[in-house]
Design a protein around this ligand. Structure first.
Ligand code: AMP
Ligand code: MG
Length: 335
């Protein structure tokens, strides 16, 4: 990480205030930010990322007060979770305030809100004086950036200002959740996207909540933008239960309509430690894709389950072009 020139934050503030975009560090991944007060800035996020308008943005706030200003309602359970997990990698989907630009929410009546923990993100939000809408700073569908250099490489040739806040501590996107009613009338937490705050973390926190709350994983259809294919590296990535044999490689080449048989397949070797695996996942995907390899494989191992692994496997499954885990499930998809 390069030492931050104090004038850079001032420059970022000025750009954001006049409706431009700036790449900012957060503890999850780097974000491509615009002020929520600038419709032009918000439009630039979508055009620079080549992101479809149906995929809503997360609004990053610098205080609880700012969060309350952009929602129509902050139910007591949401308040409890925010007080437990903010600032941090938890995004709450809540009814939106009328003032929130529909471009942020893709026309939905709800808005996704997060209070990031990274000190530079917090400083900048305070300096701008308005929350920042910020999706991950990568082209749509591609691997998210967890260092400033990743962002610079992704947007080479553009004059995007990238604030370097060092490598991201979590390395994966935030947990996105919404609060609904269970059939028995109890509150229910629906995890729209697994992330840095795990289902286990939520259940543990809810031990101190006065009423019973179920924590469930939502269907993908409830989460606009959380597509089957996402986070994809520039070379095919496959999930397998063992090192691919010559036979498997030729099946893959056929299924993916590759021009030639992969000659330099490399393993993306995940740490045994979930936090470490999450932190390094995107860096490793990028590093190995640029290493001369023509195929990446990840060994799916039954012992890497639970906690943060849910988020790691969610990203890997969406990043994969092809999976063969038990010899019977074959799911070829073009990259
Ligand atoms: P990112 O691209 O990492 O900023 O993540 C944004 C994701 O948050 C979207 O792709 C959605 O899956 C989710 N999201 C944002 N706003 C909403 C919303 N109003 N309702 C449901 N999910 C949302
Ligand atoms: Mg993203």
């Amino acid at each position: 990480m390069q030492p931050l020139d104090s004038q850079e934050l001032t420059r970022a503030r000025d750009l954001l205030r006049k409706g431009d975009v700036v790449a900012i560090p957060t503890e999850t991944v780097y974000g491509l930010a615009a002020s929520i007060a600038s419709h032009e800035g918000l439009k630039k996020i979508f055009s620079l990322k080549e992101r479809p308008f149906f995929d809503p943005l997360i609004v990053h706030v610098g205080s609880f007060q700012q969060a309350k200003e952009i929602v129509a309602e902050f139910p007591p359970l949401a308040d409890f979770l925010a007080r437990r997990f903010w600032p941090g990698p938890l995004t709450l989907v809540l009814p939106k305030a009328a003032s929130v630009d529909p471009m942020i929410t893709s026309g939905l009546e709800t808005v996704a809100v997060r209070y990031p923990a990274h000190p530079l993100a917090q400083d900048l939000i305070k300096m701008v004086g308005s929350p920042l809408a910020a999706p991950s700073a990568n082209k749509f569908g591609r691997t998210s950036p967890s260092t400033a250099q990743h962002v610079k490489t992704e947007f080479e040739g553009s004059n995007l200002l990238v604030i370097d806040g060092g490598p991201c501590e979590v390395g994966l996107e935030s947990t996105v959740l919404t609060i609904a009613k269970a059939p028995n009338g109890d509150d229910q937490i629906r995890i729209l996207r697994p992330g840095g705050v795990t289902a286990e973390d939520l259940r543990e926190a809810l031990d101190r909540w006065s009423k019973p709350v179920e924590v469930v994983r939502a269907e993908s259809a409830e989460s606009p933008g959380h597509l089957k294919h996402h986070y994809m590296p520039t070379i095919p990535l496959i999930l397998v239960s063992e090192k691919p044999s010559a036979q498997t490689l030729s099946e893959i080449a056929k299924d993916l309509a590759l021009k030639s048989l992969p000659k330099h397949a490399r393993e993306l070797d995940l740490s045994e430690d979930a936090a470490q695996a999450a932190r390094l996942l995107y860096s490793e995907m990028r590093r190995l894709s640029e290493s001369g390899a023509d195929l990446l494989y990840v060994l799916e191992t039954p012992e890497r389950q639970g906690g943060l692994w849910a988020a790691v496997w969610d990203r890997l499954t969406r990043a994969a072009s092809w999976t063969k885990t038990d010899g019977s499930r074959l799911d070829p998809e073009s990259p």
